[in-house]
Design a protein around this ligand. Structure first.
Ligand code: NAP
Length: 251
């Protein structure tokens, strides 16, 4: 038996990952979210699939509370189904898309959720994994973090920071038995991007979940979803600026 914790428990991608992991034998799930009372439907669907589920309150901006909340999540998960195999950090917000026309405070708050929230909560998770001696932290980064586009550079820069943090935390945990797997999805059709035009290689939360489970099984450090997006990102990352502008001008 093993258990799972999701920080950002209302995330559509994270719930797809939770469903997929329950199918592989995870028997306890702790969903941590800003509004845990809103997670009852998701919890019920995981229970119907065979998992014991608890929901708790978690806010990415409550840095002072992260250590205690993550410790509590680990204790609850262990009571439900034994040691914590996987923790998913899934919270995030899409930054305002025209930062030069937006309230700087709103842009800063989004960056605090997307970057500082991950650093703070991720550190707390890293400490618990080190103490436990095994388990994987899955961090939802993004292909967006590979190169800033005019339409999303505050979000992209936060995800670039998240990526660097996840790589460093993975190294820091190396001798402890714990590890970190960075997931870099492309455009995933969830409510997160409901107001944006779809892009080539757009995928589903279920596909990201399947790629994540496969990555966990093979002990990957980085997972791209869909896998092909890795090569698209590589080309775009090193494309001359004029070409990059042209390709991304409407995105
Ligand atoms: N969808 C995409 O195209 C895509 C692509 C690449 C990466 N990602 C990343 O994947 C992750 C999940 O995205 P998704 O598509 O599943 O979107 P989603 O369903 O909107 O999930 C985002 C979650 O973040 C939570 N959240 C926002 N601010 C928070 C805060 N201050 N404290 C705690 N939780 C907070 C939201 O909680 P509430 O329910 O309370 O609002 C929501 O449940 C995000 O990190 C996103 O950046 C998404």
């Amino acid at each position: 038996m093993s258990s799972l914790i999701v920080l950002g428990g209302g995330s559509e991608i994270a719930l797809a990952i939770a469903r997929a992991l329950v199918q592989t034998g995870v028997r306890g799930v702790v969903l941590a979210a800003r509004h845990p009372e809103a997670l009852e439907l998701s919890a019920a669907s995981l229970r119907a699939a065979g998992a014991a589920v608890e929901t708790i309150a978690f806010d990415a901006l409550d840095f002072d509370g992260h250590a205690a909340t993550v410790e509590d999540a680990f204790a609850r998960a262990r009571r439900l189904a034994g040691d914590v195999d996987v923790v998913v950090i899934a919270f995030g917000v899409l930054s305002p898309s025209r930062p030069l026309d937006d309230d700087p405070a709103a842009v800063g708050r989004a960056a605090a959720v997307n970057f500082a929230g991950v650093v703070s909560a991720g550190t707390a998770v890293g400490q618990q994994l080190r103490a436990q001696g095994h388990g994987t932290l899955v961090v939802l980064s993004s292909v967006a973090g590979q190169r800033s586009r005019i339409s999303n550079f505050p979000y992209a820069s936060a995800k670039a920071g998240v990526d660097a943090f996840a790589e460093g935390l993975n190294e820091a945990l190396r001798d402890s038995g714990g590890r970190v797997m960075t997931v870099r999805p492309g455009f995933v059709r969830t409510r997160f991007v409901a107001e944006l035009d779809s892009t080539p290689f757009a995928t589903s939360a279920e596909r990201v979940a399947a790629d994540t489970v496969r990555g966990l099984e093979r002990g990957a450090s980085v997972v791209w979803s869909p896998p092909l997006i890795r090569w698209v990102a590589l080309v775009l990352r090193y494309a001359p600026r004029q070409l990059f502008r042209l390709v991304t001008r409407r995105r």
